[in-house]
Design a protein. Structure first.
Length: 304
């Protein structure tokens, strides 16, 4: 079994719940404030580790109370934190408003902005491992991480969120790109929405494909997942559940997918597993703490 290495952000999520989101310039009464471990990198690492993968997180934490709390939480999830370094700034923080099961998020990078190529230089990647990253750390760091991964035969998996333009050189280093239809449209320069037909979404993915053997997976929430794997196209059906908090659902999907790929599971089955894992996470509050175990996902898959 390969290992999962996640280079990415580590945040404390400060969550305010309310009956509805405020309009610009408006104040609304909230219900409660909650503190959850988060950050896309940390979330994906927690998901992979809880699902049984040997997982290493590469990142930075500030020398503050949030940093100490996050290190304790992540260590308790069985994640190797030997590559999580301290930084002389505040820990990354996300301010999240949750209303009617949807969320808005403002992220302050803090220590995440200091994750550099030096942080990934000594990471012991080998053939069969899966190298995962997202867009909450500097892009040159991701490129250096993926170059190292590809040089030893590891699989690179990128979740380009929050969406931003990336150089073609970075896209070419990606073996598996996992994104939603909005992010796909942004990167391809095409307007896409959640009501577009699968054929249109796949056509846009084909435009974005940087290599003939590159895989692009488009997550569509309750509509499931579309995949363009080289020349092959297929869909994984969605799962209908009652969503409580969608924060971290995409990260759950990515971490679950990485855990399965590291275990040698074929792509179609790995995507079905990841889809089931994400459907569990949205039924719980918080990002990191909402990630399911392998036994929970097996139960959901067994129930059909």
């Amino acid at each position: 079994m390969g290992r999962v290495f996640v280079a990415g952000s580590i945040n404390m999520d400060v969550v305010a719940t309310a009956d509805r989101h405020p309009r610009v310039g408006e104040t609304v009464a909230g219900r409660q404030v909650l503190y959850f471990p988060g950050g896309k990198g940390a979330n994906q690492a927690v998901a992979a580790s809880r699902l049984g993968a040997k997982t290493t997180l590469i990142g930075r934490l500030g020398k503050d109370a949030f940093g100490a709390e996050l290190r304790t939480f992540l260590g308790a999830q069985g994640i190797d934190l030997g590559s999580v370094r301290a930084a002389d700034t505040h820990t990354g923080t996300a301010i999240i408003t949750v209303a009617a099961s949807d969320n808005t998020i403002v992220v302050i990078p803090g220590s995440n902005a200091l994750v550099s190529a030096d942080d990934i230089a000594e990471v012991p990647l080998t053939k069969g491992d899966v190298a995962v990253s997202q867009f909450e750390i500097p892009l040159p760091t991701i490129a250096a991480f993926f170059q190292r991964a590809r040089s030893v035969g590891a699989t690179t998996l990128l979740n380009p969120a929050p969406a931003q333009q990336m150089p073609g050189e970075l896209l070419a280093l990606v073996d598996i790109l996992v994104l939603n239809e909005t992010e796909l449209g942004f990167l391809a320069g095409v307007e896409l929405s959640d009501v577009d037909e699968a054929a249109k979404i796949i056509a846009v993915a084909r435009q974005l494909q940087a290599r003939a053997d590159q895989t692009i997976c488009i997550t569509l929430g309750k509509r499931g997942v579309l995949a363009l794997a080289g020349n092959e196209e297929f869909a994984v059906p969605g799962r209908v559940v009652k969503a409580v908090d969608t924060t971290g659902a995409g990260d759950c999907f990515v971490g679950a997918l990485a855990s399965q790929l590291a275990d040698g599971v074929p792509l179609r089955a790995a995507l079905a597993f990841a889809n089931a894992a994400a459907s569990i996470s949205v039924q719980r509050m918080g990002a990191g703490p909402s990630m399911p175990t392998a036994a929970e996902v097996a139960t959901v898959l067994g129930a059909g």
